[in-house]
Design a protein around this ligand. Sequence first.
Ligand code: NAG
Ligand code: NAG
Ligand code: NAG
Ligand code: NAG
Ligand code: NAG
Ligand code: NAG
Ligand code: NAG
Ligand code: NAG
Length: 664
Amino acid sequence: MVSLSMTVLAAVAAQVAAAAETPKSSIKVSSSGGNVTGQYHYGFLHEDINNSGDGGIYAELLRNRAFQYSDTYPVSLAAWSAVNGASLSISSLDEPLSDALPYSMNVAASNGSYSAIGFSNEGYWGMSGDYSGKFTASLDSALNSDVFATVEIESKATADEWVKHEFEITPRLDAPDANNTFSVTFDPSGANNGSLDFNLVSLFPPTYKDRENGLRVDIAEALADLHPSILRFPGGNMLEGLTIDTYWNWKDSIGPLTERPGFQGVWGYQQTHGLGLMEYLYWAEDMGLDIIVGVWAGLSLDGDLISEEDFQWVIDEAMDEIEFIRGEANTTWGAVRAEFGHPEPFELYYVEIGNEDWLAGYPEGWDTYQEYRFPLFLEAITEKYPDITVIASGDSDYGYEIPAPAIGDYHPYRTPDALVEEFDRFDNDYGHIVGEVAATHPNGGIGWDGDLMPFPWWIGAVGEAVSLIGYERNADRIPGSMYAPVLRSMDRWQWAITILQFAADTAMTTKSTSWYIWEIMAAHPITTVLPATDEFDPLFYVAGKDDDRDAYVWKGSLYNITNTANAIYTNITGAAHMDISIKFDGVRSGTKASFTLLTNPSGDPFAFNDPYTGINIVNTKTSVIKANHKGEFEFAMPELSVAVLDTDPELCGWRKQSTRDFKI
Ligand SMILES: *[C@@H]1O[C@H](CO)[C@@H](O)[C@H](O)[C@H]1NC(C)=O
Ligand SMILES: *[C@@H]1O[C@H](CO)[C@@H](O)[C@H](O)[C@H]1NC(C)=O
Ligand SMILES: *[C@@H]1O[C@H](CO)[C@@H](O)[C@H](O)[C@H]1NC(C)=O
Ligand SMILES: *[C@@H]1O[C@H](CO)[C@@H](O)[C@H](O)[C@H]1NC(C)=O
Ligand SMILES: *[C@@H]1O[C@H](CO)[C@@H](O)[C@H](O)[C@H]1NC(C)=O
Ligand SMILES: *[C@@H]1O[C@H](CO)[C@@H](O)[C@H](O)[C@H]1NC(C)=O
Ligand SMILES: *[C@@H]1O[C@H](CO)[C@@H](O)[C@H](O)[C@H]1NC(C)=O
Ligand SMILES: *[C@@H]1O[C@H](CO)[C@@H](O)[C@H](O)[C@H]1NC(C)=O
């Protein structure tokens, strides 16, 4: 049977053949001689960059919920407003809610005789209304008098004591947009002297996998749909901190929310510590992800660092963290984790020491990293946990011969052309993770200092596909690639290139062009990379076998096809393409395979997925094709396209494979 997509391609072929000879590529894949790699990891780095955590994937809807502060961001009533002439003020009571949360909000009747006074919170640029005393808590329109939900809560308040009030609020009708606020009111005549104190006022919609203090469902699901298998966290610059005193201290991020002080972060706003270490670990567990945990390495972004004489506590903090994550419940920190409800250790096989230590405080930062910071960590971790792969935060280009058995971390933010030119970057190198990668700047732009593209765009995504193929070909030494950063709040951003865009209104959540490319690459795992005809450019590919499914897989990307070298800069709709045949050694005539082709029918290499229009410019077509009488699979790919062939036509997804099977 000839599928529709093949018919279309054949027509295109005939049309172009008349004009110019069609380039061909015949690829032969051996059945032996490959490197057993374990499943290659596709995933992402997450840190709370510009409200991608607080106000982003962390589902809390209220902003400034606990009046947290730092030296940089004084305690304030930001995001709160008075209702019915109430007077709101910050107070520091003799009996605070906790040492971590010493300030609270006093709500007093100041004027007029209202039977109900209170306060409201505007959320993070609005709040979505589509989720599901006497206090009266309500979800109101910010624009008019519409009230979408109310709930009355019997007060349990007693004088001079903090009492937790919990309630569920279910909208009677869906709010039409995100222009909503949350408010709480009470009758001031019933309060001691007409006022009450509030702290840790929190509102959560249903969360991903119903985790308490969990993740926003639509964002988490869009990430889970990428078939990721690895999560790198918590940074990134946020891990390092602007100063030595303000790095991401994991011990401040665990336990009840009342025990988390928050900190200044590095991205220009007070952060809550709500998305803490346990929340990251549950995130990984709920999506079936291996983790790469970044531990603080004694260097902050201002270049300040901890001296060698003083360094032991830095190591100790990291060793405690590793024990918290994967120690048995009878270890000191494993017991703390067990107390928080997770007696089973989490799996942890990758620990990264710091982040981009070649950058802050150069050259002293990088010198000390090589002299003592990294070696001390490597020794301490490998001695206690020989099955952990320790990752240095720089790559082999920075003049540090990273000592085995450690590996490096490579962060290419590039033009699409540069990603393609680096296709062979790891053909002759030792191990690295690609801990951050994305096409960010346009070809012909002025590089790192130039303007970022406004959104991930088609040719950038195809360039990423070429680089991902180059990394996966070397999966015996390169365990995985991570997109970064992953999330962009359309209400507060500067770095425009992220794999998902979002706003308070869930209708804005948008999968970028890169999302579609990364999804297809991850959905077809390979466990053994097989030797194949290695002629590349303009067709770049990796071939292999997935031993678990007994399937052969080929992933390819066509970039800058030879007979239309300039095509990528012009409009190429229906133009250049390549005829491709693939012969897997031992695969017989008549064998079926699924063939998925990703193209951009607009022909505009700068096309992107715009959250304001919701139009997806990526065309994904899957068909089943059969090996011909010679056992070859034949198909055509147009310029700037990505394809995956998989002899397991039933494959409709992926599976998790633990790094336990993967050793470098
Ligand atoms: C009380 O309300 C009146 C009228 O709304 C206003 O003019 C006045 O400033 C208020 N006084 C205080 C102390 O808030
Ligand atoms: C709320 O409505 C105002 C006025 O129409 C608009 O400017 C603003 O962008 C809206 N905010 C959200 C979060 O939808
Ligand atoms: C009312 O009581 C609160 C706490 O009990 C106290 O902080 C506040 O100063 C009191 N206000 C007046 C006007 O007495
Ligand atoms: C801790 O528990 C593990 C198994 O859960 C056991 O093998 C180990 O001996 C225990 N260690 C101590 C110090 O009790
Ligand atoms: C793609 O083609 C353009 C135009 O010929 C050329 O400038 C560019 O270097 C090519 N890119 C790659 C990665 O080969
Ligand atoms: C975060 O957002 C602010 C405000 O838009 C901007 O000034 C800042 O540069 C942003 N930082 C990043 C890393 O995007
Ligand atoms: C297997 O790994 C070796 C050493 O890293 C490399 O030279 C070789 O090209 C790899 N083979 C395949 C099929 O990728
Ligand atoms: C390419 O052609 C399409 C369809 O005609 C058009 O919408 C698009 O704007 C063109 N792009 C460029 C870069 O000329």
